[in-house]
Each structure stands twice: as structure tokens, then as C-alpha cells.
Design a protein around this ligand. Sequence first.
Ligand code: SF4
Length: 364
Amino acid sequence: MKIRQISLLQDFKCLAGACPANCCKGWLIPIDEKTYQKYISQKGILGTALRLSIKKKNDIISFRSTPRGCPFWGMDKLCGLQKRYKTEYMPQVCIDFPRQLYNLDFFCEETLYLACPEVAGLFLNCVVKELPFSFNEASGEVSYEVNTTNDDSEYLDYLLNARKELILRLNSNWNFNSLAFIEYGTDAQNACIHKSKLPSPLDTKYDSLAAEPVSIDCNTYNKLFFNGFYHSALKSSSPLIYKLCCRYIQKFHALSRTNPQKADNSLKALLNSVCDKIPWFDRLLKRYYEYYIIFSFLDTFEDYSFARRLKCGIYQTYMLWLFIALYTEKKKSVSIEELSKLIALYERRAPQINDAMTKINQES
Ligand code: SF4
């Protein structure tokens, strides 16, 4: 099997007990069927402890959440299960994280979740030093299962090339929020439906939309916040994200209802203020969207949902912009370590933006 590994992987090393945002906190940790069966059949005190540590809700089995995160997370900030039994009783998701292991049958792609602060730090290093994200290729056996039901290799080749071309566009004259992304996505989706020729992002027909942004205002941010992203439970699961959500709600949400224009102006001023504190901030937003494309564009192999995926990434980038702006509001500058932690924590909630998209799409 050909395995394509993102270049960041070779430098990744888990921070373990020194991690500022341990992966056990801030989200649900699902337990796969194989591990669940092991927990169910395990005898003795260990079996009792394992069974007491899990819960089932809406058919999803996960670890119970304690105020400190996973019940097996120790005072030494290390996983108690891993320390005693290595990976024997760890759910697959804990073994794999922060690697995204994607088996497309024709090849495998291994990338890294930005939800890990060490990965976010490696990502920021590439942004600051203007290093490209590349893939190293190797051959070997993989233990993870095929993630797709599609066997159309020609279409997969098209996606690989289109992804490359989208990144070329992003590195030339398209900003992360360019309407051209949505136009291309809509064309590609229609071509799939009508089985016509798939478009190239390099087509000059998109040039006229390159400078047109997908705009955002308080009203849209409100929808992004209140359709899954914000939840009062964040107070204990992710205090920093909760604090920043509250700051947004107090400052902009109420005002947007009474005086939308004033709220939008004030929001714009806050967003623009980040560029003075982080001189390479424009580049950060572009590279974040680039990483998003690298990480999730191939999912269209399964669902053909080009426009929605590209738009979701734009909103995800806008939302990150807002969180960094809220975080730096009262600061003169921000360190790479602070940003890495913030990006990692934000990423643990960011998948919720996909749900909010349904609401935004219904109304547009
Ligand atoms: S979040 Fe990343 S660095 Fe931190 S403990 Fe998990 S894998 Fe290690």
C-alpha cells in the first residue's frame, strides 16, 4: 500500500505530561466496538473500573466526563490505562490521536489533527517560516480499515489534482474567503450530478470572483455560535473556549439584536485589531484554510459535497479569526505557545460548525 504522510508527522512528538491541553479534555472520547467488548468481558477490579468509566448516549459509547476530563487521566497528567497496560485497553481513537489515518483503498493518507497543541505548534512554525506542507511517500502495510465505499480511481485522481490546484490558487491570488472557492465547488458538484466534465480550479472563469469575499457579520457569527458550537457544558470541559464564547455573547450578541450596524462595526474593529498584534496574521488565516483543504477535501470522494465543504472551511477560518481576536483583545502580543493551545482547543469544537452550516444554508 502506498502511504502518503504529511511532512509535519516526522517532527511530531507527544508532549505527554507537559502538554498544555491534554487530548482527554474538551470533547467526547468514543469507544469503538472492539474495545467496548473487551471492557464488557473483562473480569475483576479492572473490568469493574472500565465499565464504570463508560456511558452510552444516542448509541454512542464514550468515557464518562469528569471535571478533569477522562476518568483515567491521572494527577501526573498521564493516561493511567496507558501507563499500566500500554495500548491494550485504550480505545482506537486514543491510540491514533493526533493522527488522521485515512485509507482510500488505492492509497493511504496520514495527516495530523490541529486539535493537538504540539501539532498546532508545528503548523504555526510552517506559517511563520513560510514552509510548505508536503507529503512524504512510502510503501508498507497498514492496520487501519478502508474508509470509503467509492472505487472510482479516476475521480480520486481528479480530487488529488483539484486539491493541489486549490492550494495553488490560495497561494496566488485567492484569499481564504474568496467566493471563487464556492463557485468552483458548486460547478464541481453540478458536474458530478450531471456526469459532465469536472472543472479545474485553475480555470480563468473563476478569476472575476477571486477578490469577492464570502462576507460575515454578527448575524452569521450568532448562527455559528448557537447551532452547536456554544454550550454551557464548555464551562467545565473547555474553560478557555467558554470564556471567549461568553465574551462574544456579552459584547456582540445582545448588541446585534438592538443595533446590528453598531455590532457589525465594533466586530469589524475587533477582527482588524489582530493584524497589529500578529504581523503574519493574514498568512495564518490562509495557511489554516490550506490545512483544512489538505485535511478534509478528499472527503468529497465519499459525499461529493464540494461547495458545502469549501464553505464550511471558510466559516471555520472566520470563527478561528474571531477567537484569536477575542483572546488578544486586551493583550499587546501573543506567543506561539498561547496560539498553539488556543488553536488546539478551538479545533475540538470546530466540527460543530458543520451543523451550523445546515441552518445557514437553509436561510440563504
Ligand atoms: S494533545 Fe497532543 S501533545 Fe497533548 S497529550 Fe495529546 S497527543 Fe500528546
